[in-house]
Design a protein around this ligand. Structure first.
Ligand SMILES: [Zn+2]
Ligand SMILES: [Zn+2]
Length: 313
């Protein structure tokens, strides 16, 4: 426990600690950020650049993008994404909120965006060799559900009723807590094994959008996603392309943060803190470069922070 808290404190030292709300409210539905990195996390396997060498040296670990929702009135929990660091992220959730279930129900419900490793492979921990969960509800698209149903080891989770697949229709809200809905929006992305969605969570008073992976904003996806949303967690895999020297920025299948900030300049001026960047690649300078972080803030945007939280009512 002490070790975990120490790592968490180190991590806060690294990324700053300016949560939107610091859990002063103990009722209602709370959203908590449990991970902000791209699929491979920080440090990243095989990376010997200063970003990951220093992270290893300093004991800094950042898990892949992940949000949790807790209904404080019932103690029920929802996780958006099952990342490879699901155990650490659920432990952090317990440390931060006092909630996180136990035994065969470490989580009540999961929402998945797509079948890339940082977003769903934590499901492996739900299987026979580890938690052997009891019918955890997994909301995902029909293509994602087919992928899980038809391919091992995920198929065994279905056969043993360790997960209970709930196929969602894009654009159709499903109730995840009383008075709180989740709606999947289809987005363009590298769809080898599944299609990809962003999630829109609508609470009694506030709405949050989570879009960790998208090819770009060319088709008007951004306007649709942010419409009426109070808080938007947006794909920030790369900052401005400096992370990939020699590559043409227009060929990178993610909207660079600088492009997103250009698109949303007017809206960001009206509501600072509304747009929060998530899913940062280990090389993204916005994780650690003070000048870059100051520029993001100056433009009215923020990099999401592990542990930040927001109430939906
Ligand atoms: Zn990803
Ligand atoms: Zn690295």
């Amino acid at each position: 426990m002490i070790c975990r808290l120490l790592i968490f404190l180190l991590l806060l030292t690294q990324v700053g600690c300016h949560g939107i709300h610091l859990r002063e409210q103990r009722s209602g539905v709370e959203l908590i950020v449990l991970g902000i990195a791209q699929d491979g996390g920080v440090p990243h396997l095989g990376c010997q650049k200063p970003c990951c060498v220093s992270a290893r040296r300093d004991g800094i670990r950042l898990g892949p993008a992940c949000l949790a929702l807790v209904d404080h009135s019932t103690g029920k929990t929802v996780l958006i994404e099952a990342t490879p660091t699901i155990e650490e992220q659920l432990s952090l959730l317990r440390d931060l909120t006092g909630h996180a279930n136990e035994g065969r129900r470490p989580i009540d419900t999961l929402l998945l965006t797509h079948a890339h490793i940082g977003h769903y492979t934590g499901l492996i921990q739900l299987g026979r060799e580890v938690a052997s969960t009891d019918a955890v509800k997994v909301h995902c698209t029909s293509r994602m559900a087919s992928f899980l149903r038809e391919n091992g080891p995920w198929s065994q989770l279905v056969q043993l009723d360790q997960i209970d697949l709930q196929v969602v229709e894009k654009g159709q809200p499903v109730e995840i807590f009383p008075g709180v809905t989740a709606t999947a929006y289809g987005v363009q992305h590298r769809d080898e094994f599944s299609d990809t969605v962003a999630w829109r969570i609508e609470g009694p008073k506030r709405t949050v959008v989570f879009c960790p992976d998208i090819d770009g904003w060319q088709d008007g996806a951004l306007d649709l996603l942010i419409d009426g949303a109070d808080l938007c967690y947006l794909d920030a895999t790369f900052y401005d392309g400096r992370e990939l020297p020699g590559r043409d920025l227009s060929e990178i299948p993610h909207p660079p943060m600088v492009v997103t900030m250009d698109h949303l300049a007017d809206e960001a001026r009206e509501g600072p803190d509304r747009f929060r960047f998530i899913h940062l690649n280990h090389t993204n300078p916005a994780l650690r470069d003070g000048a870059v972080r100051a520029e993001v803030k100056r433009r009215g945007f923020s990099v999401a922070e592990v542990g930040e939280s927001y109430f939906l009512d």
